[in-house]
Design a protein around this ligand. Structure first.
Ligand code: KIV
Length: 287
């Protein structure tokens, strides 16, 4: 029977050049399907703000939202490593507040680790969390929680300064004890250079072919939802949005035309109780 990945095994996958497959999931059925399909690690991303809750950014997502969704994911994928995003600002109020919030996520959500967006400036927080037994996944490059500050979703690391800072940040996260780093929307060359200069795995999204693993958003790879737009970094493997819409349209149509339910979907009562019911309703012969 499959066992959840451990941190030493994850590190060994990098050393042995075995690619790491990561997918986001936000609820019981999506987690169950991801586990059945052999995903190595499930990320309960705060992208749930966009794809599940309908916000424009991840900023409005709350600690309680992450805990609620992590619990459902853990129930659906009990044999898979589950990482929960710490939402906006919940790890920017100092190390103690960060530890309190991360501990709440771990205890109430039931996942195996947390993810934080940011670089060197989070070293103290990461050290405190890992010393308290909370595994931490870093996240560099495009950090969606800072999108209002950055001013949009654009590829990171294109200038020498940006590239040097990102490399410095990656090394700082490794030193502080992070077990891996998500690299989002980073040039392929820089992501490969970062991957080669640290011993912990990099998980890329829009970061090219040189990372140790890849992560994509559940709703993007399945085109699940009406608002899913084409993004260069995404490959869609199915179009369940169209399948679902067609099925629901057919259902609505069948209800309106009385094609559903049919006799086979109905529960006839026994002959004698049908007689009793008719007598009670119509007093004797029935209509
Ligand atoms: O929130 C999220 O889903 C993420 C991934 C896109 C890496 O952070």
């Amino acid at each position: 029977m499959k066992q959840a990945l451990t941190l030493p095994k994850l590190k060994a996958m990098k050393a042995q050049d075995k690619p790491i497959a990561v997918l986001t999931a936000y609820d019981y059925p999506s987690a169950m399907l991801a586990e059945e399909a052999g995903v190595d690690l499930i990320l309960v991303g705060d992208s749930l703000g966009n794809v599940v809750l309908g916000y424009d950014t991840t900023v409005p997502v709350k600690l309680e939202d992450m805990i609620y969704h992590t619990r459902a994911v853990v129930r659906g994928a009990p044999r898979t490593m589950v990482v929960t995003d710490m939402p906006f600002a919940t790890y920017r109020l100092g190390p103690e507040a960060t530890l309190r919030n991360a501990a709440k996520i771990m205890q109430e959500g039931g996942g195996h680790a947390v993810k934080l967006e940011g670089g060197e400036e989070l070293s103290e927080e990461i050290r405190l969390l890992t010393s308290a037994g909370i595994p931490v996944l870093g996240h560099l490059g495009l950090t969606p929680q800072s999108v209002l500050q950055i001013g949009g979703y654009r590829v990171q690391g294109k200038t020498d300064e940006e590239a040097e800072k990102l490399l410095r940040d990656a090394k700082a996260l490794e030193r502080a004890g992070a077990f891996g780093i998500v690299l989002e929307l980073v040039t392929e060359e820089l992501a490969a250079a970062v991957t080669q200069s640290i011993d912990i795995p990099t998980i890329g999204i829009g970061a090219g072919r040189g990372c140790d693993g890849q992560v994509l958003v559940f709703h993007d790879i399945l085109r699940y939802g009406s608002g899913i737009r084409d993004k260069k970094m995404v490959k869609s493997y199915a179009n369940i949005g169209d399948t679902i819409r067609t099925a629901i349209t057919e259902y609505v149509d069948e209800v309106k035309t009385k094609a559903f339910p049919e006799e086979k979907h109905s529960f006839p009562s026994s002959q004698s109780s049908a007689q009793t019911l008719t007598t009670q309703l119509y007093g004797g012969e029935g209509k």
